[in-house]
Design a protein around this ligand. Sequence first.
Ligand code: GDP
Length: 176
Amino acid sequence: ESRNGKRHCNLKVVLLGDSSVGKSSLVMRYVIGKFQTSNATIGAAFMTKTIQLNGDKEVTLEIWDTAGQERYRSLTPMYYRGTDVAIIVYDVTSPISLSHAETWIDELKSYVDTERNSSALKIILAANKADLVDGYQQPEELKKSRSENFFVVSAKSGDGIEELFDGVVGDLPDEM
Ligand code: GDP
């Protein structure tokens, strides 16, 4: 698709992870650049941010947040449908939220259209609230399976957020 003489594409990004790991805070930090403590529910299904890539490309991220529905494990198929990139979030101070990461990935894969090239689905793991743990490192058990698509972040301090979303748009397929 061409827009203002630039090649343009939309990318659907969904956030997944247990309640309270900081999904909304990460989206707000990235989209509006602030750490919001009061969690005003956003009326929209998703927020967008358009970014310029080098040369003649721009991409609009449609960032979907669960709006609290993950508490009841009741995300609708619509939430998952057409996902290009999933950010699975866990809280570095909550081992249980990390142990659930794999469950979220399984759930995601069970919903994302299998007729689409499933290899196009990108899964990123974000370790949030890094401000609460000095020198937090990627856990050993994750190093084997997912070393590249792993980011240590803090919605509070802003650390790692740009890198995380650079990772979201990194190596887009050529047709985009
Ligand atoms: P969600 O349920 O996954 O969307 O989580 P929220 O974004 O609502 O955050 C849950 C709680 O964790 C809130 O009290 C946030 O202020 C807090 N929180 C979120 N991100 C961070 C972070 O990076 N550092 C710290 N210290 N607290 C955070």
